[in-house]
Structures are given as structure tokens and as C-alpha cells.
Design a protein around this ligand. Sequence first.
Ligand SMILES: [Fe+2]
Ligand SMILES: [Fe+2]
Length: 492
Amino acid sequence: MEPMESTLESHDVAKKPEVADVDLTKIGNNLLLKFHALMRMSRTYDSKNVALVQFIQESLKMINSFIEREGSFSLKIIRDDLYMNQQMLRYSVEGFNSFKYLLAQWKKRFIGEIIFKEPVDERILRAFIYTLVDLEEGGERNATRFNETMKQGGISAIQVNPLETFEGEDGVYTLRKGDLKEVARKIFFETIGTVKEVVTQIKGDQHADVRKLKRLAQKMIHIIVEDESILLGLTTIKNYDEYTYNHSVNVSIYALAIGRRLGFSRETLTELGLTALFHDVGKSKIPIEVLNKPGALDEKEWALMKKHPMAGVEAVLNLKQLGEINPKMVIGIFDHHLKYNLTGYPNLHHKKETSLFGRILQIVDAYDAMTTPRVYKKVPFTLEQTLAIMQKESGIHFDPILLKVFVNLVGVFPVGSLVLLDSGDVGIVYKAHPDPKWIDRPQVILLAKDGTEESRTFIDLSETDSDGHFKWSIVKTLDPNQHHIDVAKYFL
Ligand SMILES: [Fe+2]
Ligand SMILES: [Fe+2]
């Protein structure tokens, strides 16, 4: 075993997750899911419904064990964030819908905080949910009314406080300096949700809201222009269950980053972003068994798979809001599996040059697909392996110039790479160095040796000591899968 490897072992970073943080995120997201479901169920189910009763029992268990451990339980809205017992809640992909739902429902009712002061029983939890749901939307005195109702029912365990409003708050997302990262996260998850929504609508031949997706693409562009490393970091999230939607958003982030380097106007960037979000929409017409087949596809299945670019073109041309779509976008979707040397699919009777959008998509689509675990390849390629494989295909599969732009953009060590430093420390590449001459000296988060998040340190590999020597250098990259490190967690 190499000595460097054993250093990693001794840190034990792989086996010791950041307990407190992971725990809180998990419990918090679980509780959000429970409250979300309780609010929805209480509206549709009869109060004696078996499923509801069972669900209430489950929720009680979870809430009470949290209260017993922490002394109390509170959820507070501050601007567009939820704080659980004074700690800002990081949400997961699965938790995002609940997060959005609760935020919207409570805001509408001017409820800003709920506090469980002691463990509760079924009667109290039911009273809480029903009273909350019954509050009228827009009632400014709702918090007082809620507390009075509880008091009348002899309940003192739960209290709510009115929503605090902040100066200059407008709409759901207010872009403020300093919390661009927060905004980016919300937009990222909302875009995944919206792609899913739109694809489902297209699949069911329903009206699909392209404009909503377009607005989200514009927001992503805004963030990429401000600081592209934030969204690039989020592409390390590889959500297995929502693969197609997550993939489309990742592809669109990489595509936009390339487009920006090529000097595209905002308008062209929006078109490119939307094309990327739609590039695999044709897959909605392919049976799920074929899409998720663990083994190799047989001839018939391949034939089906190869139809998805054309099916995507058809789907997009059938959109009601066709005004948002232009030929560049349609051709981009058609071309996205057509290689640089014109092999690939669909089969062309008349050879033509692949479009610029198509050539960009080829690169970013392959990169994201290769770096994501799939049913038929559970352990994906590392970022470094992926780039090496892609380099070999330069001029064959990929446009050589665009590939250079892309490699420059992700760097020698792409954001999200796990790296071993000459100090023996292990880190995760967090951000490319702003100066291209330091392409191999990115900013890195050091993984804490004791496995806690508190001691997380950011270092800049271009820093030198008083003798002019670099303080740290990368020795090699490591495979996060092999070391059981969830890289995405560092970007959430
Ligand atoms: Fe595709
Ligand atoms: Fe794709």
C-alpha cells in the first residue's frame, strides 16, 4: 500500500461522517416531509382514515424523540430559509418539495415560527395540524388566533409566532450579495423539480409551462455570470432516483458555462440553457424498463433508445408555447447524439455539419453521464478518468476546440475532485483558481481529520510561503467512491 493512501486511512475520513450535521440535515428533512404530508393529508382524508392515523403515529414518534433529545423543537422562517432549533436547515433533493410547500403555506398564513415546547400526543398534534390548515390565507392576526384556539383546547405545548418581514423583500427569491450560494441552491433544486413537472406534462399531453423553465434558465445564467463555481459545485449532486431531471440540469449548467466562455449573449445563453434542459425530453417516450435496464440493451431496445432525439424534437414542436422555441434549439436536441465525425444517431441520409448547440451538448452530456452512477454502471468514472477518456475522442466524438474550452473550464482538477495533497491532507476541489495560469492550483476544502464539519478549512493552492514555495500541491486525485466520500455534501 502506498504511504499516502495509508494517511487517508488514518484520518478515517471515509468511515466517520460529519455526524452532527448529517444527522440534523436528515432529521430536519424527515420532519419537513412529515409536516408537509400531514398538512396535505389533513385536507383530503377523513380524520379517522387508517393511513392518516398511522402516519400521525409515525410523525409523533419522530417529533417526540427529537424533543426528548433537544429539549424542544422549533421551525422558523427567516426570509426564504427554514431554521430548525436556530440552525439553518440544509435540504436534500427529496426534501425540497416539502420545504417549498411549507414555506409557501406558512407564509400565506403569516405564520413565521412554530415551537413545540414539550413532547406532544396524538390529540395535540391533530389539533395543531387542523388549526393550522384552517387559518385563512392572508389573515394577519393568524398567529394570535392560533394561540387562542390552542389555549381554549387546553394545549400549551405548541405556540406559533407571526411571520417576520424584512425590508426590501420581494417575491420568493431576492438576490442579495453574500447569499448567492443559497439562491443558487434553491434555483438548482427548483429547476430539477420544474423539468420533472414539464416532462410529466409533456408525457401526459398536457399544457407544459416552458416560460417557467425559461425564467429558471435565466436565473441560472445570472448566477453563472456572478460566480460559476457555485452551480458547478452543485453538479456533483448525482441524484439516482431523479436521474433524468438532475442530469438535464447538470448538462445545462455545463453548457451555460461553455456558452459564457464563448461570449454568447444572454439571449443565446437562454436558448442554450433551455435546449439543454429539454435535450432528453424524448426519453419520456421510452419505456422505463429500457431506460433503467441494468444490462446491455438488445438490438430492439437500442433501436428504441436511438429514437429519443427525434422524439424530443417532436415533443418540443408540439408545445403550446412554441413561441419560446426556435430552430437552433430544435436542431440542438436533434443533434445531441450525433458525433463530431457524424457517426452516432439519428442516422443521416444527407450528411450535414452538427450544430454548435449540438456539439456543446455532446460534450457536456457525455461528461455528466460518465460521472454519474447508473443502474448499469454503479461506480462511475472519476472526473479525471472521464476527461482522459474524452480527450481520446477529441476530433472523433467531440469537437476539439469546444473540448478544449470545456477542459479549461472544469480545470485539470474539476470542482468536486477528491485530491491528496503533499501535506498528507485530503481535500475536495471547491473552486477553480480565477487566474487561468493556475489551472492546476484550485481552491480546496480540507477534509477535517477528526471528521467534524466545524473544522472545515478552505485553502488556496496558489498560496506560497515566505520562501516563495507553494504551501500545498496536489499529489494525485482519489476516487471518492472508493473512499466512501459523498462529495456533493460539501456543496449543499
Ligand atoms: Fe440523450
Ligand atoms: Fe443526456
